[in-house]
Structures are given as structure tokens and as C-alpha cells.
Design a binder for this molecule. Structure first.
Ligand code: ADE
Ligand code: ZN
Length: 353
């Protein structure tokens, strides 16, 4: 594969922890930890349905995507002011820095906030300031991707894109998230065409709970550059071949998939099959405050649970994270050289006898 299969398995956890990496699938509202939800609720005088942090955390037992989304949107109701959006994103960046994330592309859901009367500028300015400070103080490069909620209408998405245009320089792309079943990508053909004309990058959740046909229409109708999740592509061998030939990135989220019952447990996860098929799969945290861990936790638990995954696959998923990122070719090459150095050093260290 890439020569790194000589690195012994017992070196993997340290290598996964310390290697440079990019995160491409993180909903920033999904990084709101219960403690911060309570702090913001108190600061803003928002009533919560749960009396304590522990009671809220105990409710994080999901049966499918919708059961999670109901709690996730309720959690986001504490976000009202620019400072709240800044605090949320800053808390994520501090955790990302501890995981040696050097680049992060953050999804945000403006409609979750504008529907409660929060101005879209408040949302974007708060997040943007956190991105600027992450670069300045933590050395993390960060970009924002505005997501449309697919359970709402396309007209609502079009109005949201229009409202965001004064802040066009603060986001690099648009995405599509929320309830997948019954809301196929083609419902958003016009708003994605408009975003494309504006020069924005395009991504969409597809094939998380929805069928492989949704992955196809995300490619054909929306013309996306990455598929978020995409794990159900394996049900359609012709689609797998197409995705592999295109080197179409899949931003896979293993702990999320288990928490939302897409797979029974991590040992059943199909990340090994995706890589074996030559797909450009990456590992991401999705909604880390709700699903049991940030990026390194996803990597460590997934590689521990699946014996088919060794150092060669670790290198591949981390390299894929840079290859799939929306950065310049020079920046990408710089991080890949750092990654090569980290794995090269581990391969060069003699195995003790
Ligand atoms: N919004 C936040 N997390 C999501 C997920 N895993 N799928 C769809 N929409 C989401
Ligand atoms: Zn997601």
C-alpha cells in the first residue's frame, strides 16, 4: 500500500495521536458540551428541558439520526449572541489543538439560529473571530462551510444563502445536513447551482441513513466535491467504482455511525472495506459532544476495534484528510510532508527484540 505496514501495531495509538491531521466533518453546534450548554443557558436566561448536566448527558441515547437531531437542535437554542458562537467554536479549537488537528473545516447551521430570531451576521461573525484566533494563537487553519437544513424548503435555503452573501468572504463552501430520509439532494438543485456560480465549494451529507441513490444525485445534480458519510455506497458496487475512479472523498464518522445505529459497534464498521476499495475515506468526529469523542478518540477507537486497520491505513486516512481539504496545493503539500516525516520516523525506529 505505502510501505508503512512495517510499523508495529503497538506504535499506532501514539502515531495516531501525534500525527498532523485535518478534520473535514464537524458540525460546530455538535461540539457544544453539556457544561457549556448550561453555562450559556444561564448567561442568556434560556430554560432547558433537563435540570442538570448529568440528566442532559443521560438523554444522549439515540436510536437513529432523527432522535439525535431533536436533542441537538434543543441544545443549540442557548446560542444567541456573537460571543456565544465564539465561545462554542473556541472550545472546539482548544480540543482540536490537543489532537494535533492542523486544519479544520467547520459546518454551521444558520437556519437553526435565524429561525429563533438570531441574525445570520451574529452567527458568522462569532464563528469567524474564533477561526481567526485559532490561526493566530493555536496555529490551526480553519474555514467555515454553511449548511442548509434539508428538512426545510429549498426556498428557505435560497433565502439563507442570500442573507449570508454580505459575509461571503467568511465561508468557503455550502453543505447539506439534517434529516436525510425523504429529503433527497435533488430537492436543493437550484440553491447548489447558485452556490456554484458564486464560486463556493460544495459538499452534502448522503448515504448516512439514505440510500446509495442519494449519493448519486449529490454527484449528478448538486455536483458536490465531497460526500459526507457515504458509507452506504458499499451497497452499490458500480457506485463504489465510480467514487474510487473520481477519488471522491467520503468524510466518514465512525463514533457517530455507532451512536446513531448505522453500525452495531465499531468492529462492524466498514472503514476497512471502503479503504480496500480504493476510496478516499477520511475519519471525522461529526458531533463530538454527543457521540463520545473528538477526532483522536474516533481514530484511536476505530483502529483499536478493527484488526484490518494498521499503520498503512492510518497513513492513508490522514493523508486523505489533507488531499480532500479545500486548501491550496502548496499548503496541502506542506502538511503531507509533515505527515510523511511522522510516519517515516516511526518506520525507522528499530523494533526492540
Ligand atoms: N447535523 C448534525 N449532525 C448530523 C448528521 N450526522 N447527519 C445529518 N445532519 C446532521
Ligand atoms: Zn454530519
Amino acid at each position: 500500500m505505502n510501505g508503512f505496514d512495517t510499523i508495529p501495531r503497538d506504535k499506532l495509538p501514539e502515531l495516531l495521536r501525534t500525527a498532523p491531521k485535518a478534520e473535514l466533518h464537524i458540525h460546530i453546534e455538535g461540539s457544544l458540551e453539556p457544561e457549556l450548554i448550561f453555562k450559556l443557558a444561564q448567561r442568556n436566561g434560556v430554560a432547558l428541558a433537563y435540570p442538570t448536566v448529568e440528566a442532559l448527558r443521560a438523554a444522549y441515547a439515540f436510536t437513529d439520526l432523527q432522535s439525535f437531531l431533536d436533542i441537538y437542535y434543543a441544545g443549540a437554542s442557548v446560542l444567541l449572541k456573537e460571543q456565544d458562537f465564539f465561545d462554542m467554536a473556541w472550545a472546539y479549537f482548544e480540543r482540536a489543538a490537543a489532537d494535533n488537528v492542523v486544519h479544520a473545516e467547520l459546518f454551521f447551521d444558520p437556519q437553526t439560529h435565524t429561525a429563533r430570531g438570531v441574525d445570520i451576521g451574529t452567527v458568522i461573525r462569532g464563528l469567524h473571530h474564533a477561526c481567526q484566533r485559532a490561526q493566530a494563537e493555536l496555529g490551526i487553519s480553519a474555514a467555515l462551510i454553511l449548511c442548509f437544513l434539508r428538512h426545510l424548503s429549498e426556498d428557505d435555503a435560497l433565502a439563507t444563502l442570500d442573507a449570508a452573501l454580505p459575509y461571503r468572504q467568511h465561508f468557503v463552501g455550502v453543505g447539506l445536513d439534517s434529516s436525510e430520509r425523504g429529503h433527497p439532494p435533488e430537492k436543493f438543485a437550484r440553491v447548489f447551482a447558485k452556490a456554484r456560480e458564486l464560486g463556493l465549494h460544495l459538499v452534502a451529507h448522503a448515504g448516512e441513513e439514505g440510500p446509495p441513490a442519494y449519493i448519486e444525485s449529490a454527484l449528478d445534480v448538486l455536483k458536490v466535491e465531497r460526500i459526507d458519510h457515504g458509507v452506504r455506497c458499499l451497497e452499490d458496487p458500480a457506485l463504489v467504482q465510480r467514487l474510487a475512479a473520481l477519488r471522491m472523498p467520503l468524510t466518514v464518522c465512525p463514533l457517530s455511525n455507532v451512536k446513531l445505529c448505522v453500525f452495531k459497534d465499531l468492529s462492524q464498521h466498514t472503514l476497512p472495506a471502503l479503504l480496500e476499495a480504493g476510496l478516499c475515506a477520511t475519519v471525522n468526529s461529526d458531533d463530538p459532544a454527543y457521540f463520545g469523542g473528538y477526532l483522536n478518540q474516533n481514530l484511536l477507537e476505530t483502529f483499536a476495534a478493527l484488526p484490518q486497520l494498521g499503520a498503512a491505513q492510518a497513513y492513508q486516512v490522514l493523508r486523505n484528510s489533507f488531499e480532500a481539504s479545500f486548501v491550496s496545493a502548496d499548503q496541502r503539500a506542506h502538511w503531507i510532508a509533515q505527515l510523511d516525516a511522522a510516519f517515516g520516523a516511526a518506520a525507522a525506529t528499530p523494533v526492540p527484540r
